[in-house]
Design a protein around this ligand. Structure first.
Ligand code: QUE
Length: 338
């Protein structure tokens, strides 16, 4: 029997002018489970009309991650056990939280210092300010587990410059802090050494404190690839993206092809379609379409296999069905997207 007191996985408190949310599951890289989602929703609802709370500040505990995503291992176990109501509850409440943040009437400030992937992007990117340190890592890596870029990313990614969003969606490529600001995922770059002082200034001055800590951006490390990204990932089909990357032949194109060939081929095809579709949707409609898409994608064998390979057994050797992008059946994908 453990005698340790269980720490709450989300800590919400008022500090000066701000409401603070601490994601507090550091050993799981602050990956969101249903309890955490409910704790965040409850805090945001309580502060929504409370005049003394002028802004909300969200952070991750432990110094390694802001939030690595959702508690996908639990979702996989529920999906495999046929507990579809639990899977549905998780995604429905997570997406409702994303929508709450997007519509929040007060400044919502995410302090991102470390890993920020998937669900972590969903609880930050719709806020007014996404403050990042230089060493943070941002990614939408869902094609690696045969899900798709969700938490509203089918709405958000097509609104990034050019075809950058499709590149991030299909390859799962990581961006460091400054590049995330260039891409529009983050809004301000701050020095790691300034985070504590910024945090204190937020409590006394609210959101206005951020500006004084923002650093000048170094050049976008993808500046030299921007034209190729738009050309290759702006193509009208996955097959054409692959053909353009093969024709490009640069190191960047080879790396991109390698990343796209490692992840679930079926997921690449349905994620392409979902991100394309989201370009013409509102955030609310995109989240509704995503919820529908979770019902079919979590039933595809690649989802259980991808989570097994990346997060359960961690052998990173998934056996995808089918194994090649070229063998993905358009009729199967159309049924998943319907
Ligand atoms: C792709 C993903 C995720 C991932 C790894 C991938 C993802 C996710 C996690 C994750 C990380 C740490 C945890 C955890 C989950 O990893 O979405 O519970 O402790 O949440 O290659 O999409």
């Amino acid at each position: 029997m453990s005698t340790e007191a269980t720490e709450p996985s989300v800590i919400a408190r008022i500090d000066g002018r701000v409401g603070r949310i601490l994601l507090n599951r550091p050993r799981q890289l602050n990956a969101l489970d249903l309890d955490m989602i409910r704790g965040m929703q409850k805090a945001l609802d309580a502060w929504h009309s409370l005049p003394s709370v002028h802004a909300v500040v969200i952070e991750g505990a432990g110094g390694k991650a802001f939030c690595a995503g959702g508690d996908i291992r639990a979702i996989r176990a529920q999906a495999v056990a046929g507990e579809t109501a639990l899977v549905e509850a998780f995604f429905a409440e997570e997406y409702a939280l994303n929508a709450t943040i997007a519509a929040y009437p007060k400044p919502y400030i995410a302090l991102i210092d470390g890993i920020c992937m998937g669900g972590g992007i969903g609880v930050s990117v719709y806020g007014q300010m996404r403050v990042t340190t230089a060493d943070s890592l941002f990614a939408m890596p869902e094609t690696a587990i045969a899900l798709f870029p969700d938490v509203g990313a089918t709405y958000m990614l097509p609104r990034l410059p050019g075809a950058l969003g499709m590149y991030l969606a299909l390859t799962g490529a990581r961006l460091k802090g400054a590049d995330a600001v260039h891409a529009g995922i983050a809004t301000h770059l701050v020095a790691k050494a300034d985070v504590a002082a910024l945090n204190a200034a937020l409590a006394s001055d609210g959101a206005a404190a951020v500006a004084a800590f923002a650093q000048a951006l170094p050049p976008f490390s993808l500046a030299g690839q921007r034209a190729a990204i738009d050309h290759c990932f702006g193509a009208d089909s996955v097959t054409e993206i692959v053909a353009r990357l093969e024709a490009d032949g640069s190191d960047w194109a080879k790396d991109s092809l390698r990343m796209m060939r490692e992840v679930s081929p079926s997921s690449v095809v349905w994620s392409f379609a979902a991100v394309r579709r989201g370009a013409a949707m509102t955030l609310g409609d995109a989240l509704a379409a995503e919820l529908k898409l979770t019902r079919t994608t979590t039933q595809h064998p690649d989802f259980a296999e991808g989570v097994r390979a990346m997060l359960v057994d961690k052998d990173r050797q998934p056996k995808w069905q089918p194994a090649r992008i070229e063998d993905v059946d358009p009729a199967v994908i159309a049924a998943i997207l319907a």
